[in-house]
Design a protein around this ligand. Structure first.
Ligand code: NBP
Length: 486
């Protein structure tokens, strides 16, 4: 039912997929919702389709839209990230008043959010960058929401967002993440973890399909079975669904007719760029982003097919392992690699939080990611428990529970990396995650030789294990060592 008399508790700007679903979600929780879209046609279509399903107030101009909001006015922007978002923010800020709240629910780069918050603060407007995960289904039925911005905004916005967020054990999947860009930073890393999670599932599929020679429908059954245990997650569940799907036109498994070139919109790439700047080795996410890029290099792949020497590859039969053992090994390698990706993602969030003084609590993330979002998984409960037990945990891998799990996983993980190599099947995240794991636990790393090389060619100096200070060897002279003032 349209409601022209009352004011709206919340407004949504942008009525494409995400905005219209979010507006419907707010309305379904009993809120009156103001809606506006740049092209009036979309607003009309929205009202025609859903106007009767809740209390909506539609407007044709941004001024009308702002006038239809209760004070302090709260409007969520769900438009294309970048210039479109800037344009809408400025239009809203012009029409709004001191203390009103502008929320950007799009996938903004967190540095844009920091800039926008500063600009809005100068104009007396509150600006909240809120990461929203869960795609269109989540937006409609309950997403996971990661709002940043000033804590005062959270006080008025919190109950509204809690009402539409997914709930797990009665706990809403939303909390104030931290000031300015914290919400969008955390959403960015969430998406990065999602890339790694999807890639490790892809690698497991690849090994089962082209290593063990299983059919998509058989692998769907295996994934459905895995979904009952430690790997219980939305992504494993939907993978089983995708694998079961048969193409109506050809009668083949759908997965066999989908072009194997993965797209990306940028949040994975941002996560890795930021990790490079922070000096955090998010190798799993990095390999996942590169794997998508490689998959899309279709010309180069076509040129390489059949034209690169393989060396002596083995067949699955040569390896003499049972299918059952292999399937269980793959499951364990997947679990271990996933654990590494999450550990690295949480490391990046903690480093970002320290760098920007955000004070992000990792326990909050493990809590609000349990529902609504794409990486929702049973094992996030374990992550929450790990940080509950020790908020200063140096790495998730060192939590006693996960450490115990790793004891059970490690042999399978090593076997799978070896087998993948012998079969010539790429498993970049399985492989690089194991290299990360072995690097992390190594007593000595080859970094000592790198420091030696750097000192040799560039007098970059090195530190010693047995005394304080910086040192340089006179490589071009008598090769004696001198202490260097740092
Ligand atoms: P799109 O990202 O496809 O954006 C379309 C909307 O942006 C339309 O309402 C369009 O209005 C509006 N818009 C554009 Br384009 N330029 C504008 C401008 N200069 N001024 C005003 N409005 C403008 O929509 P979406 O897929 O619903 O996503 C919305 C946001 O949510 C994005 O930031 C996206 O990254 C994020 N997100 C999407 C998903 C997902 O699963 N799709 C998940 C999580 C987050 P028009 O009708 O007049 O052209």
């Amino acid at each position: 039912m349209t409601n022209e008399q009352n004011l709206a508790q919340i407004g949504v700007v942008g009525l494409a997929v995400m905005g219209s679903n979010l507006a419907r979600n707010f309305a379904s929780r009993g809120h009156t919702v103001a809606v506006y879209n740049r092209s009036a046609g979309k607003t009309e279509a929205f009202m025609a389709a859903f106007g009767e399903t809740g209390n909506f107030i539609s407007s044709e101009t941004i001024e009308e839209f702002v006038a239809s909001l209760e004070r302090p006015r709260k409007a969520i922007i769900m438009v294309q990230a970048g210039a479109a978002t800037d344009a809408v923010i400025n239009q809203l800020a012009d029409a709004m008043e001191e203390g009103d709240v502008i929320i950007d629910g799009g996938n903004a780069l967190f540095t844009d959010t920091i800039r926008r918050e500063k600009e809005m603060a100068l104009r007396g407007r509150h600006f909240v960058g809120a990461g929203i995960s869960g795609g269109e289904e989540g937006a409609l039925n309950g997403p996971s929401i990661m709002p940043g911005g000033p804590v005062e905004s959270w006080e008025s916005l919190g109950p509204l967002l809690e009402s539409i967020a997914a709930k797990v054990d009665g706990v809403p999947c939303v909390t104030h993440i931290g000031p300015d860009g914290a919400g969008h930073f955390v959403k960015m890393v969430h998406n990065g973890i999602e890339y790694a999670d999807m890639q490790v599932i892809g690698e497991a599929y690849q090994l089962l399909r082209f290593g063990a020679g299983l059919e998509p429908a058989e692998i769907a059954d295996i994934f459905a079975e895995w979904n009952k245990g430690d790997l219980d997650s939305y992504l494993i569940e939907i993978t089983a669904e995708v694998l079961r799907q048969v193409d109506a036109e050809t009668g083949k498994p759908l997965v066999d007719v989908i072009l194997d070139a993965a797209g990306q919109k940028g949040t994975g790439r941002w996560t890795v760029k930021e990790a490079l700047d922070l000096g955090i080795p998010t190798t799993g996410i990095g390999e996942a982003v590169f794997a998508r890029a490689l998959s899309s290099s279709l010309d180069q792949r076509a040129a390489a097919q059949g034209n690169l020497p393989t060396g002596a590859l083995k067949t699955f039969e040569d390896l003499g392992i049972s299918r059952e053992e292999f399937i269980e090994d793959v499951r364990r390698a997947l679990y271990a690699s996933k654990l590494v990706a999450y550990a690295q993602g949480f490391d990046e969030i903690q480093a970002g939080s320290a760098e920007h003084d955000w004070d992000v609590d990792p326990r909050d993330l493990a809590t609000i990611w349990r529902g609504g979002c794409i990486i929702r998984a049973k094992f996030l409960n374990r992550i929450r428990e790990a940080y509950d037990a020790n908020p200063e945990l140096p790495s998730l891998l060192l939590d006693p529970y996960f450490n115990g799990e790793l004891k059970d996983l490690i042999d399978s993980w090593r076997r799978i990396v070896i087998v993948a190599t012998q079969l010539g099947l790429p498993a970049p995240v399985f492989t690089s995650s194991l290299a990360y794991y072995d690097s992390l636990r190594a007593e000595r790393l080859p970094a000592a030789i790198i420091q030696g090389q750097r000192d040799f060619f560039g007098a970059h100096t090195y530190r010693r294990i047995d005394k304080e200070g910086s040192f340089h060897t006179l490589w071009s002279a008598d090769r004696s060592e001198i202490a260097v003032e740092s």
